[in-house]
Design a protein around this ligand. Structure first.
Ligand code: ZN
Ligand code: ZN
Length: 222
């Protein structure tokens, strides 16, 4: 297969020629074979950089594209088809999701648009009942809650939020928070750990790590 460089004008002519009965298959073939870069830009909209050098915007759910093939001929153009293909094959996030990297291992994830960092993959996400490590002290804490609240939105003292606390200065103010207790204070029963006194501490999520912190990051004993 050879690919020819062509100007936008000749590109439009070529698309015009592909109208008609065979045009359907031709658009699908091009959607699969042409070099296009699809980028999710949010709100269910995708930017498609085509091999002609033009960029078009695709509204996947609305079935719309800004290219001439769609705007002037009303066709389900190759850009729309390519976005649908890339979404169904997991190369770009579906509408309502965004692509982010796991804060621990860097693997790409699709999370809800507007979800707060840090983002964690299935191997590195933690939930209620998990024992995790406090990066500041190296202590292990038991997660007892993962409320959908921001660190700068939870008061721990008159007028001061979790984010304001001096020990949280290195973590984002808009971090989601995690409620945790110190397992040293727990009693263990057949039903699991039961805290004798519910002293719950609230941490910015990125302060907690599923794995032990690096030796240098932990508080070193003198
Ligand atoms: Zn198009
Ligand atoms: Zn991960």
């Amino acid at each position: 297969m050879t690919q020819t460089e062509h100007t936008p004008a000749s590109d439009r002519r070529r698309r015009g020629i592909s109208r008609g009965k065979s045009g359907v298959d031709e658009r699908t073939r091009r959607a699969f074979t042409e070099r296009m870069r699809v980028t999710a830009i949010g709100g269910g909209t995708y930017e498609v950089d085509s091999q002609s050098g033009h960029s078009y915007l695709v509204d996947l759910e609305g079935g719309r594209c800004t290219c001439p093939d769609h705007v002037y001929r009303g066709e389900r153009c190759k850009h729309l088809r390519r976005v649908a293909i890339d979404v169904s094959e997991g190369r770009v996030p579906p509408p309502g999701k965004m692509a982010v990297d796991c804060a621990v291992c860097g693997v790409e994830l699709f999370v809800d648009e507007g979800a707060h960092a840090p983002h964690l993959c299935g191997d590195h996400e933690f939930g209620v009942g998990d024992l995790v490590y406090d990066r500041e002290t190296g202590n292990r804490v038991l997660v007892v809650g993962t409320p959908e609240r921001r660190a700068d939105d939870i008061s721990i003292r008159r007028g001061h939020s979790v984010a304001d606390h001096y020990s949280n200065a290195d973590y984002p103010e808009d971090d989601a928070v995690v409620a945790a207790v110190y397992p040293q204070s727990l009693q263990f029963t057949a039903d699991g750990p039961v805290p004798p006194s519910l002293t719950v501490y609230t941490f910015p999520r990125s302060r907690l790590s599923p794995s032990p912190p690096e030796r240098s990051a932990a508080t070193a004993a003198p």
